[in-house]
Ligand binder design. Structure first.
Ligand SMILES: NC(=O)c1ccc[n+]([C@@H]2O[C@H](COP(=O)([O-])OP(=O)(O)OC[C@H]3O[C@@H](n4cnc5c(N)ncnc54)[C@H](OP(=O)(O)O)[C@@H]3O)[C@@H](O)[C@H]2O)c1
Length: 254
């Protein structure tokens, strides 16, 4: 059966080049919170989605690979498993992250280095490994999940803010280094989002935060996922090195 294609109709590039319609997507920390919403958004669009998890039962519907991003061996093993099942990663969302809040006077060196090792060096590990396949394919999309705190700073979060600010320099350097290879690197900087990470805040802290947010509320994880999905789409083909705030206006101007 032949299909009549209207004159002037232009298929998106990835279809015309004969690539599979469904991309190999990896979301680190895709087992809960913002990462899970991102994983669901890609899966709903028909992509093959792999997620990392560290313990417990991962959510159904994804290729779940056990991986702690502070361990380079585990990162490499996770990629091997994904490559076998879904092919090389074409879209990487480096989402996994932690907080260990403390005022500087009481912050131990371990409090600082462990947060940086997960949020910044862990991202380096997964991005570096993804790039092998992306370089070969001469295309790729990388989205890093930073935070409004990396741009504004936050008392008691010097370790977290430093790690999240570091992601901006990291992404922008790679955008310059690998732009000619058709790989884009962008950063999404969420404000406060309803997840386990913010569930530890007291009602008083929460009210204080919301009073600073022009939109007057926390974000839902799906609102962060929408921006990530856009940055990985054909519609964002000319965007690289950008920092996209999804923060209800909290960090505007930075
Ligand atoms: N919630 C917010 O208000 C907010 C705002 C701005 C930015 N962010 C950022 O958004 C990202 C997701 O946050 P969330 O709110 O969804 O947090 P969450 O609910 O606490 O989830 C954190 C995720 O990161 C994973 N993870 C942590 N350390 C890891 C490691 N060493 N190796 C592999 N995975 C690891 C966790 O896996 P396990 O389940 O195995 O622990 C979990 O999937 C983080 O980077 C966070 O900094 C969050």
């Amino acid at each position: 059966m032949s299909v009549a294609i209207p004159i002037g109709f232009r298929l998106p590039d990835r279809y015309r080049k004969g690539d599979p319609l469904s991309r190999s997507v990896l979301v680190t920390g895709g087992n809960r919170g913002i990462g899970l919403a991102i994983a669901r958004a890609f899966a709903d669009a028909g992509d093959k989605v792999a997620i990392t998890y560290r313990s417990g039962e991962p959510p159904a519907g994804f290729l779940a690979v056990k991986c702690d991003i502070t361990d380079g061996e585990q990162v490499d093993q996770a990629y091997k498993e994904i490559e076998e099942q879904h092919g090389p990663v074409e879209v990487l969302v480096a989402n996994a992250g932690v907080t260990k809040d403390q005022l500087l006077m009481r912050m131990s060196e371990e409090d600082f280095t462990s947060v940086v090792d997960t949020n910044l060096t862990g991202t380096f590990r997964v991005v570096k490994r993804a790039n092998r396949g992306m370089l070969r394919a001469k295309k790729g999309r990388v989205v890093l999940i930073s935070s409004v705190v990396g741009l504004l700073g936050s008392a008691g979060q010097a370790n977290y803010a430093a790690s999240k600010a570091g992601l901006v320099g990291f992404a922008r350097s790679l955008a310059r280094e690998l732009g000619s290879r058709n790989i884009t690197f962008n950063v999404v900087a969420p404000g406060f989002v309803d997840t386990d990470m913010t569930a530890v805040l007291t009602d008083e802290q929460r009210a204080g935060i919301v009073s600073q947010v022009p939109l007057g509320r926390y974000a839902q994880p799906e609102e962060i996922a929408a921006a990530v999905k856009f940055l990985a789409s054909d519609d964002a083909s000319y965007i690289t090195g950008a920092v996209i705030p999804v923060d209800g206006g909290l960090g505007m101007g930075h």
